[in-house]
Design a protein around this ligand. Sequence first.
Ligand code: 5GP
Length: 219
Amino acid sequence: MVTAEKGVLFIVASPSGGGKTTLIRKTMERLEEAGVAAHFSVSHTTRSPRPGEVDGVDYHFVDREEFEAMVAGGGFLEWAEYAGNLYGTSRLEVENRLRAGEDIFLDIEVQGANQVKTKIPEVVKIFVYPPSYEVLRERLTKRRQDSEDAIRRRLQWAVREFGVGGEFDYAIINDRLDEAVDALFGICVAEHHRTHRLNTRLDAIREAFRSALERDITT
Ligand code: 5GP
């Protein structure tokens, strides 16, 4: 597959429980098969680990003091408070990988997405919608990771997020996982083909074309 000269930064936002982690991981597998290096950014959070979550894999779990020290030191590309906990994306991790030509996926909520857009305007923002209230409620209940109260807060938050989701570049309705993966993979491929992401390569093709034409005409 043709790939952009620099890595592409994708934000995939959705209400908690929208199924975006599985969607991103499956899309990354497809990208890897197509020869695209992609990385799923690991955020910092002050939230406690849920059963089965591993420090350094699902999140870097830190306390408020450590988090605030990172904020003060400019260590975050963006950060936000969500349902009483702080979440942030490491600036260095993102910048270094993009420069190295890797795609990066950020699984972040909408306030953070807007902060990234102001710092990195070429970011691609994708909002993943659950197909209905009932489906989202069922997904949150079934995963048995949150109390009834936490689930209610997440559902209330979802309504606020829908408002901002309308400003995103792309919308995916996560009803059937395989179709959602097809859609996200398609968006990634299209973004790699944006003219501005292929400039150096296109210049080389145009230049070689011009030289060849000149040679042809003068002989
Ligand atoms: P959860 O607690 O369910 O893992 O995540 C709650 C919300 O925080 C989700 O919408 C998730 O996308 C978001 N989130 C996770 N990491 C970050 C981050 O680094 N920055 C921001 N702004 N949101 C994040």
